[in-house]
Design a protein around this ligand. Structure first.
Ligand SMILES: [Zn+2]
Length: 78
């Protein structure tokens, strides 16, 4: 009995059917926890895959991320 192991199948099994697509709503929901991990020095990208890619393509969420980061880290101007 032969069982072929296609490396693509294995990879797809690990990563899921497709790369995670994060929309603005999901991004916004996870943003505060993402920033908390960042500030804690934890790899936030590993915990929330797709968010960073979303920031790269979505200036609005990136700006939200930056202001939240400043707010939580105490660098807010007020
Ligand atoms: Zn967005």
């Amino acid at each position: 009995m032969t069982e072929r192991r296609d490396p693509h199948d294995q990879l797809a099994h690990v990563l899921g059917p497709s790369a995670p697509e994060v929309g603005c709503d999901a991004c916004f929901e996870q943003l505060d926890r993402y920033v908390e991990l960042e500030l804690a020095g934890i790899d936030a990208d590993a915990s929330f895959p797709g968010l960073r890619a979303h920031f790269a393509g979505c200036p609005a969420c990136r700006e939200e991320h930056d202001s939240l980061l400043a707010l939580i880290s105490g660098d807010a101007p007020f």
